[in-house]
Design a protein around this ligand. Structure first.
Ligand SMILES: C[S@@+](CC[C@H](N)C(=O)[O-])C[C@H]1O[C@@H](n2cnc3c(N)ncnc32)[C@H](O)[C@@H]1O
Length: 311
C-alpha cells in the first residue's frame, strides 16, 4: 500500500465519513459507517485505523481523489456490492480480487473451508500405512477461487501439515469471466492451481477414483426464490445463484454424483447448500449410498453444508 496523501483543499475526512455514512444509510446499506470508512480507506490506500487517525488530525481528502471517491459512493448507493466497488474481498485469510461478473465469496462459506482444512490435516497425520505423498483436492464451481485457495491458506496458516505433504489444488468453473478472477487470485495467493474453464460435471476425468477431497459451493437457490438484497439479486451472476430446479438441487445433485466418481473410497465431499435443503440434500446423499452423512450448521444455527464419505 502506498502512503496517505492527506493534504490539500478537499473536504475534511471526518465530515466526509459522516456525509457518506448518511448517504449509504438512506440507500439502505446495512453497515453505512463501516462501509463509508472502508471506501475512504480504499481511495486513500490506507488501513481503516489510519482513516480514523487522519480524521482526528483534521486532515482533508486530496482534491484529485474527490471524483474517484464520488464514483465509488454512487455505485454503492446503487447497491453494487461493496466488494465489487473496492475490487477485493476477504476470505479465509486471503485478499481476493473480485468485481462485476464474479460471485462475492460469503463469510459463512469459511465454515466449510475450516472443516475442509481439518480433513486435510486428518489425512496428513493419519496413522497406519501412512498417507500417500500428495492429497488431491478438487473444487467444483470455484468462482473467484475462494474455497480452494482459502482451504490452502487455512492449512498453511494452521501449520499442522508437515511440509513434505503436497496438496494438489484443482478447480473447475464454467464462466470464463469468473475463471479469470480465479486464475488471478491463484497467482496473487502464490498457490499453484490446476484450473479448468468448463462444466464441473465431468471435469478432471483423469482423476476418477483418485481424489481425496471434493468441495463445492454450487449454485443452489431454488428457482422461484428471488434474493431480497439488490446486491445479490442484481449483481451476483445468475449462473452463480440458481440450482436449475424448483428445489434448487438439480445441479448440486449432478455434482454429488460426479464427486462420487472422482473420489477414492474413503474420500470426502463437503458441499454448501441453501438453508431450505438441510434435510433434502443429506437424505439424497444417504439414498445414493454415501457414508457418514452429516449436516453442519452456521453460526446463526441454519443448516449450511453437508459432509459425506464415499464408501
Ligand atoms: C455460488 S458461486 C460460488 C463460487 C465460489 N465457490 C465461492 O464460494 O465463492 C457458484 C459458481 O459456480 C459456477 N457454475 C455454475 N454452473 C457451473 C457448472 N455447471 N460448472 C462449473 N461451474 C459452474 C458459477 O459461474 C459460479 O461462479
Amino acid at each position: 500500500m502506498s502512503g496517505p496523501r492527506p493534504g490539500g483543499d478537499g473536504p475534511g475526512l471526518r465530515e466526509l465519513v459522516e456525509d457518506i455514512t448518511r448517504r449509504l444509510a438512506v440507500a439502505g446499506c446495512a453497515s453505512p459507517r463501516s462501509e463509508a470508512t472502508q471506501l475512504v480507506a480504499g481511495v486513500l490506500e490506507v488501513e481503516l485505523g489510519e482513516v480514523h487517525r487522519l480524521a482526528l488530525l483534521g486532515r482533508r481528502l486530496p482534491p484529485d481523489l474527490c471524483t474517484p471517491l464520488e464514483g465509488w459512493v454512487a455505485r454503492r448507493e446503487a447497491r453494487e456490492p461493496l466488494q465489487h466497488v473496492l475490487g477485493r474481498a476477504h476470505f479465509a485469510g486471503l485478499e481476493l480480487e473480485v468485481g462485476p461478473g464474479v460471485f462475492v465469496p460469503r463469510p459463512e462459506t469459511e465454515l466449510l473451508a475450516e472443516r475442509a482444512a481439518e480433513r486435510v490435516e486428518e489425512w496428513a497425520t493419519a496413522e497406519g500405512p501412512g498417507p500417500r505423498p500428495a492429497l488431491e483436492l478438487v473444487d467444483l464451481c470455484t468462482g473467484s477461487g475462494a474455497l480452494v485457495l482459502g482451504i490452502a491458506q487455512r492449512v498453511q496458516d494452521r501449520g499442522r501439515v508437515p511440509v513434505d505433504r503436497e496438496i494438489r489444488l484443482h478447480a473447475a468453473e464454467i464462466d470464463p469471466v469468473a475463471a479469470g478472477f480465479a486464475g488471478r487470485n491463484a497467482e496473487r495467493s502464490g498457490f499453484t492451481l490446476d484450473l479448468r474453464v468448463r462444466d464441473a460435471v465431468g471435469s478432471f476425468p483423469e482423476l476418477q477414483g483418485a481424489v481425496d477431497l471434493v468441495v463445492s459451493n454450487p449454485p443452489y437457490v431454488p428457482a422461484g426464490a428471488v434474493p431480497a438484497d439488490p446486491e445479490v439479486r442484481e449483481h451476483d451472476p445468475e449462473l452463480a445463484l440458481y440450482g436449475g430446479s424448483e428445489d434448487g438441487l438439480a445441479l448440486p445433485l449432478a455434482l454429488v454424483d460426479w464427486a462420487h466418481r472422482l473420489l477414492r473410497p474413503g474420500g470426502a465431499l463437503l458441499m454448501e447448500h441453501d438453508d431450505t435443503q438441510g434435510e433434502s440434500l443429506p437424505s439424497a446423499l444417504q439414498d445414493r449410498g454415501w457414508a457418514g452423512v452429516r449436516d453442519h450448521r452456521d453460526l446463526a444455527g441454519r443448516p449450511r453444508f453437508v459432509e459425506a464419505v464415499r464408501p
